[in-house]
Design a protein around this ligand. Structure first.
Ligand code: THU
Length: 134
């Protein structure tokens, strides 16, 4: 999939909305739907640290709460301020697996626009899913 600059800009905009009094590590996510909408996600931290919600899950939960369902998502772009792109945590990989197509592109960026292009399946090969419960 050809990357669009507006996806990077969306992730940078989302990042501005992060609430990170503890880590000060701001993450932005920009989730694009197949029908052309987009959702911002930012990491929202909590004094009880494990209650923090990552940017990727924030974007997915916003879209799902607006009525989107698995199969509706086209790609997600994530951005951080670091010397290299960072990669979704294990919990986010599991939620991506649940809600997104296995081959959905995941674009990992940082402030210089260097980019890693991967997919949900590459991030969580042999992942557990609803199919395992059938
Ligand atoms: N974080 C994300 O938002 N996404 C990730 O995939 C990795 C980590 C956040 C959680 C926490 O607010 C901060 O980055 C430092 O771990």
């Amino acid at each position: 999939m050809e990357f669009k600059q507006e996806w990077y800009e969306g992730a940078r905009e989302a990042q501005k909305r992060a609430y990170t009094p503890y880590s000060k590590f701001n993450v932005g996510a920009y989730l694009v739907t197949k029908d052309g909408k987009a959702y911002y996600g930012a990491n929202i931290e909590n004094a009880a640290y494990p209650s923090t919600i990552c940017a990727e899950r924030s974007a997915l939960v916003a879209a799902m709460s607006d009525g989107y369902r698995p199969g509706d998502f086209k790609c997600i772009t994530v951005t951080v301020d670091a010397d290299k792109p960072s990669s979704p945590c294990g919990t986010c990989r599991q939620v991506l697996k649940e809600l997104c197509d296995d081959d959905m592109p995941v674009f990992l960026t940082h402030q210089t626009n260097e980019r890693i292009e991967t997919t949900v399946n590459e991030l969580l090969p042999l992942g557990f899913s609803g199919k395992d419960l059938e």
